[in-house]
Write a protein that binds this ligand. Structure first.
Ligand code: FES
Length: 177
């Protein structure tokens, strides 16, 4: 007979074990967020299959699990791009026009908040105060901080990153020669 700890839909044995331990406690559904964190830690995002599987294993309706995953901004429903662009929407950045900067990224990349471009290069998210309000509005691309960003600078930032990608690819070709 198949048990719930058998490998289903790619959840790792460690996650399955964690879910099993949650099920032995009172109100296993209250561990949903902890389970989703573990899945995201492992896979970098929450796939539809994983949400279905977590719902099944915890005996919670999939619509509820999906609702929780979309409600909290720290959960990602798509794989992260190679470059993660995070626009600060904290108060200082917001009053200096961060929403317009975000809009410019959305327009230039053709994606919405929390989405990744089809080529897998860019993901777009927002964040709360990054602690460098003096540089508002602030954008982080992976671990690099861009300060006093205007919507007009957005294409330039993206071009700079694309150049970096090209140089990296050229460097790799040189290595193989
Ligand atoms: S509000 Fe954006 S860095 Fe503080």
């Amino acid at each position: 007979m198949m048990t719930t700890t058998e490998n289903r839909q790619g959840l790792t044995p460690a996650i399955l074990e964690f879910i099993e331990s949650c099920k032995t406690r009172e109100h296993p559904e209250s561990f949903l967020i902890a389970v989703l964190h573990k899945v995201q830690e492992e896979f970098g995002y929450l796939s539809r299959e994983h949400l279905d599987e977590v719902a099944h294993l915890l005996s919670i309706p999939t619509s509820y699990v999906f609702g929780v995953a979309t409600f909290y901004h720290f959960f990602r429903l798509q794989p992260q791009g190679k470059y993660s662009i995070s626009v600060c929407l904290g108060t200082a950045c917001f009053v200096k026009g961060a929403d317009k900067v975000l809009e410019a990224f959305q327009n230039h990349l053709g994606i919405g908040m929390g989405e990744t471009t089809k080529d897998g290069l860019f993901s777009l998210t927002n964040t709360r105060c990054l602690g460098v309000c003096g540089l508002a509005p602030v954008v982080m691309v992976n671990d690099k901080v861009y300060g006093q960003v205007t919507p007009q600078q957005v294409p330039e930032i993206l071009n700079r990153i694309k150049k970096e990608i090209e140089n990296e690819a050229a460097g790799q070709e040189d290595d193989t020669e």
